[in-house]
Design a protein around this ligand. Structure first.
Ligand code: CTP
Length: 235
C-alpha cells in the first residue's frame, strides 16, 4: 500500500504594501486583501496547509487553520517569501505589491517638515518578487500571479506578464476588481514554445470572491495532481 502524502502546502500573499516616505507617512494602494483571504479560507476548507502573508489592511483572516503572517512593505514581504516560498507546493501572489517606493536618503529626517517650496519625492523601482521566486523555483512548484489591468488591454498585458515573470498561471482581472466584492477573471497559461499564451479558464462573468476562491482552487488541484503533487494522493 502506498503511503498517503500530506495535503499540498499553499502560500498566498494578499493586500497592499505601505512604502515609507518618512517615519510617519507612506505610499499605498487601494487593495483590501479580501480576495487573498477568501482563497486562504477555501484552501483551509480543503485541508491544505495554508500560510497567508497579509499586508496592511483592516481585514483579517479569522480562520485558525490558516497561519497568517502580517507584512507592511515590499521589503518585509521579500524577506517573508525568502523563507516561505521554497517550502510551498503552490504560491499565489495576490498581493498588490508596489512597483515603486520612496528612495530613503541616509540622514533624512524622521518627519519631513512643512516647507514653502515643493517637496519632490524620488521613487526607486521595487524588486519583482514573483519573478525572483520563479527564477529560483524548485521542480513541481506551481506559481500563480495576478494581473490587474484596464479591460481593453487586459489579456495582452497579462500574457506579457506571464512570460516576463516566468510563472505557470496568471489571473487576469479588470481594474474594477480592486476593493470590490466581486471578480471577473480569465486564467492564462503559457502556450506552446513561441506561441501566444492560452486561456485556461474564465469565470462565468462576475462572481463573488468567495466563489472565485473555490473556482481557482479547483483549477489548481488538477494541476497539482498532474504534477504528481500530494493532491493526487489525497483520499
Ligand atoms: N508583483 C511582485 N512584485 C512586484 C510587483 C508585482 O511580485 N514588485 C506581483 C504581483 O503580486 C502580481 C504580479 O506580480 O502577482 C503582477 O503585478 P502587477 O502590479 O500587475 O504587474 P507589474 O509587474 O507591476 O507590471 P506593470 O507595472 O506592467 O503592471
Amino acid at each position: 500500500m502506498s503511503p498517503i502524502a500530506p495535503p499540498p502546502r499553499l502560500c498566498i500573499t494578499a493586500g497592499p504594501t505601505h512604502e515609507p516616505i518618512d517615519g510617519v507617512r507612506y505610499l499605498a494602494n487601494r487593495s483590501s486583501g479580501r480576495l487573498g483571504i477568501a482563497i486562504a479560507q477555501a484552501a483551509a476548507d480543503r485541508g491544505w496547509r495554508t500560510c497567508l502573508l497579509l499586508g496592511p489592511t483592516p481585514l483579517r483572516c479569522s480562520d485558525t487553520r490558516v497561519e497568517t503572517i502580517r507584512f507592511s512593505s515590499t521589503s518585509d514581504l521579500e524577506a517573508l517569501l525568502a523563507d516561505q516560498a521554497p517550502r510551498c507546493d503552490c504560491l499565489i501572489m495576490a498581493a498588490a505589491v508596489a512597483d515603486y517606493r520612496p528612495l530613503r536618503k541616509p540622514g533624512a529626517p524622521v518627519k519631513h517638515r512643512r516647507m514653502k517650496q515643493n517637496w519632490i519625492l524620488e521613487l526607486e523601482p521595487t524588486p519583482d518578487l514573483l519573478a525572483h521566486v520563479a527564477a529560483g523555483r524548485r521542480p513541481g512548484q506551481l506559481l500563480v500571479g495576478f494581473a490587474l489591468e484596464p479591460r481593453e488591454t487586459m489579456l495582452e498585458a497579462a500574457g506579457a506578464k506571464l512570460a516576463r515573470k516566468g510563472v505557470d498561471l496568471i489571473v487576469a482581472n479588470p481594474l474594477e476588481t480592486m476593493d470590490s466584492d466581486q471578480i471577473e477573471a480569465t486564467l492564462l497559461e503559457p502556450g506552446k514554445p513561441g506561441a501566444d499564451p492560452v486561456v485556461a479558464g474564465s469565470t462565468p462573468g462576475k462572481i463573488t470572491k468567495t466563489y472565485f476562491a473555490i473556482w481557482l482552487l479547483d483549477h489548481l488541484s488538477v494541476r497539482l495532481a498532474g504534477a504528481g503533487g500530494s493532491e493526487s494522493h489525497r483520499v
